[in-house]
Each structure stands twice: as C-alpha cells, then as structure tokens.
Design a protein around this ligand. Structure first.
Ligand SMILES: NC(=O)c1ccc[n+]([C@@H]2O[C@H](COP(=O)([O-])OP(=O)(O)OC[C@H]3O[C@@H](n4cnc5c(N)ncnc54)[C@H](O)[C@@H]3O)[C@@H](O)[C@H]2O)c1
Length: 255
C-alpha cells in the first residue's frame, strides 16, 4: 500500500523488537534500510534476513549515546547515499523506579540514549535533508511520553523530552520540507518488556497486569507499531507533522 521505492532509511535499535519490525516494514515497502544498533551480532542477523528476503539492507554498528559514533554513522551513509530520506530514532532503554529508588546516574544513562542519542543523530543527518528540502524524522517515544506511568520516573522524563524535541523540530522546519513525528506505543511484547517481566516475583501475573493496562486487554505487537511508522514515513502522511501518535490499545483513553 505504501511505496518507499528509491528511499533510504536509517533505523536505530533495529536489531530487536520494535526497531526490527520497523526495518522489515520500511524494507518491505522498497526502502534501502540501514540497520543501526549497538548489538553487532543481532544487527547483522536482521540485515541478513532482510537481504535474504529480497530487500536491501545493511548493518551499521553504532552506540547512539556516543556523539562521535552518530556523526561517523551519518558520514558513512552520506558517502553512499547523498542524503537520508527517513530517520527513525527507535533505540531506547528503560528503568523501573520512583524518585526514591532512582539515582541521578540512572536518569543520565536513560537520557544519554533516549534523548541525547536522538538529538545527536538527528543533528548529524538533518543538513543534507534541509539542502534537499526533503526528510522524515520519526522518534519512538512511549505512552510514557504523554501520560505518567507508575514507577517509571526516569523513563517518563526522557520520553516526555522525546515528544518535546519532536514537536520543536517539526515547528522549526515545517516550511523546509522536513516532517517530524513521534510514535507513542503502549506495552508491546518485545525483549525490552520480557526483561522487565523477569524482574517481577511472579512474571505471569505481571504479564497479565501489563496486558490489562491497555483498554483492549492485550499488549501490542511490534508490527502494529511498525505499521504506524510506515504510514508516517510515506508520502501519504505529507500533511502530518509534529504529532505524537498514540498506538497504545486505548491505554491513555482512561479507566
Ligand atoms: N516494548 C514496549 O512496550 C515499548 C513501549 C513504548 C515505547 N517503547 C520504545 O520503543 C523502543 C524500542 O523498544 P523495544 O521494546 O523494541 O526494545 P528492545 O530492547 O527489544 O530493542 C532495543 C534495541 O535498541 C538497541 N540499543 C539499546 N541501546 C542502544 C544504543 N545506545 N545505541 C544503539 N542501539 C541501542 C538494543 O541493542 C536493541 O537492539 C524504545 O525506545 C522503547 O523505549 C517500547
């Protein structure tokens, strides 16, 4: 339905979960996809599967919390493709705690990946986009960037920042051919959530409680987030900028 033939996309955190599904969706629509991740083994595997399926993809190792690596990754892409068409800042890390058991160092660690990483990589990619007057930036926030989630104070702080950054970017460059949008997932079954569940004394009970947070009564699938990203990346979303699109099974609608 959406055609990204001839476009290039860079997806961070694409070696797992939501990012992996986004890489598949964009590549499936015809884009050349750079699979960016700190995990070389898993990232190489994802790029290999895409290529084996007839798509065009390659793995680029980067730690988004390292500004130098963000600049180097963009330089690598720009040497091969004049400019990037679609940047998806998806890499993210979580933390469980109220202010009482969250240290400033925890906040710094989440901020470095979830916010600084997104900022540095966007800055590294945006100039050629501006010169061409064409670029789409999609940031994966969270429903925790729109409403508070209990015991996620550091995580919510960073995800509200992701939404704020996205809206500022969208406004500043709306007339320059750049669209910037955030996607705010509810709970999605990925290794990210599975590792959280493993920390509970009764993981099955915690799973059921997490599923029940969504009004729909289940967790989302990575493909359901990727579908929204595919739409936002496409020309069909040409009039959509500055939005924070909630794909949350009705979590944020109310109790
Ligand atoms: N799963 C959910 O329920 C959920 C809900 C809302 C938002 N999100 C957000 O979606 C995004 C993806 O989550 P997921 O559930 O797919 O996670 P995941 O843990 O399954 O995958 C995250 C990927 O990011 C990579 N990564 C982590 N730190 C990195 C860094 N510094 N540099 C480069 N790559 C790095 C990891 O290696 C991994 O491949 C995150 O931003 C997360 O906050 C997830």
């Amino acid at each position: 339905m959406f055609d990204l033939t001839g476009k290039t996309a860079f997806v961070t955190g694409a070696a797992s979960g939501i990012g992996e599904a986004i890489a598949h969706a964009l590549a499936g629509a015809g884009a050349y996809v750079y699979v960016g991740d700190v995990d070389a083994e898993a990232g190489t595997r994802v790029a290999g599967v895409l290529n084996a399926n007839g798509a065009s993809a390659e793995f680029v190792r980067l730690d988004v919390s390292d500004k130098g690596q963000c600049i180097a990754a963009a330089a690598y892409v720009h040497a091969r493709h004049r400019s990037l068409d679609i940047l998806v800042n998806n890499a993210g890390v979580g933390h469980v705690g109220t202010i009482l058991n969250t240290e400033a160092e925890d906040l710094d660690r989440l901020f470095a990946v979830n916010v600084r990483g997104m900022f540095d990589l966007t800055k590294a990619f945006i100039r050629p986009m501006l010169e061409r007057r064409q670029g789409v930036i999609i940031n994966i926030a969270s429903i925790g960037g729109v409403i508070a989630i209990r015991e996620r104070i550091a995580y919510c702080t960073t995800k509200f920042a992701v939404v704020g950054f996205t809206k500022s970017l969208a406004l500043d460059h709306a007339k320059d051919g750049i669209r910037a949008n955030a996607v705010c997932p509810g709970r999605v079954e990925t290794p990210f959530v599975r590792s959280r569940l493993a920390e509970y004394p009764d993981p099955q009970k915690a799973y059921e409680e997490m599923a029940a947070t969504q009004a729909i009564g289940r967790m989302g699938k990575p493909e359901e987030i990727a579908a929204a990203v595919l739409y936002l990346a496409s020309d069909e979303a040409a009039f959509v900028t500055g939005t924070a699109l909630e794909i949350d099974g009705g979590w944020s609608v109310g109790k």
